[in-house]
Design a protein around this ligand. Structure first.
Ligand code: T5A
Length: 217
């Protein structure tokens, strides 16, 4: 049996990640594939509830502590993702380690570097494909509900966008695809679908699911 693919969708707040993950899941299911959709942060677990309170401004946490909670929130489901993929299920992930590293490093905290922020991600399942939905912070801020949570402000989003570029430049070639996310939902989804189908068809050239490694920051 062919293993499933690990597909990650990344982007600024309101880039359209959840909308696109849902469309992709539905399209892949209609074509007969087994698919699971996972979101990070997963706010339903005990760790996720701590993160949720922090993002809504209901609690204060040290920058390093909350960073490690976000990472732990991925580690708590890493084994089940690996198991699903081994069983032939394609797993679509809405935000992943790249968000984890760049949002923490974008804070005005000189003791929290991108290099430090990446370390707890090492050893997690490595995506077969990461789709970055590129949108300007100005365009994202016009979309519904922007501004309600802790990181939804212009200074943070601009710094996050720069750091996404930095971290993607350091990823192995072919891991990351940039998608223009300012078009209509339909146009964006068509572009995504082609790249994902191509990735799934070429999975045999990748072989077994890999692990995230160190990056030369
Ligand atoms: N975070 C996250 C960390 O700091 N560390 C970590 O390790 C992780 C995993 C919450 C915060 O946590 C931070 C990053 C975040 O600041 P989240 O819950 O993923 O992370 O929050 P958001 O990214 O804000 O999630 P959203 O669901 O709000 O945004 P999406 O998923 O990007 O956008 P979506 O699809 O919900 O769409 C938003 C709106 O835009 C419209 C939709 O209809 C919706 O109204 N829309 C479009 N409008 C026009 N054209 C398009 N192409 C559109 N696509 C969507």
């Amino acid at each position: 049996m062919m293993r499933g693919a690990l597909i990650v969708v990344e982007g600024l707040d309101r880039a359209g990640k959840s909308s696109q993950c849902e469309i992709l899941r539905d399209n892949l299911q209609k074509s007969g594939r087994s698919v699971k959709y996972v979101r990070f942060p997963d706010r339903t677990t005990p760790i996720g509830r701590l993160i949720d309170g922090y993002l809504r401004g209901q609690s204060q946490l040290d920058d390093h502590s909350v960073h490690l909670l976000f990472s732990a929130n991925r580690w708590e489901v890493a084994q089940s993702i690996e198991q699903d993929i081994a069983n032939g299920v394609t797993v679509i992930v809405d935000r992943y380690s790249y968000s984890g590293a760049v949002y923490s490093a974008a804070k005005a905290n000189p003791n929290l570097s991108l290099n430090w922020a990446w370390q707890p991600e090492i050893g997690l399942p490595r995506p077969d494909l990461c789709l970055f939905l590129r949108i300007s912070p100005d365009e994202a801020a016009k979309r519904g509900g922007f501004g309600a949570e802790r990181y939804e402000n212009e200074t943070m989003q601009r710094r996050v966008r720069e750091l996404f570029q930095t971290i993607f430049d350091l990823q192995p070639s072919g891991d990351v695809h940039i998608i223009d996310a300012e078009g209509s939902i339909e146009d964006v989804s068509q572009g995504i679908r082609k790249i994902v189908v191509n990735c799934i068809e070429r999975l045999h050239t990748i072989g077994a699911l890999r692990k995230l490694g160190p990056i030369p920051i």
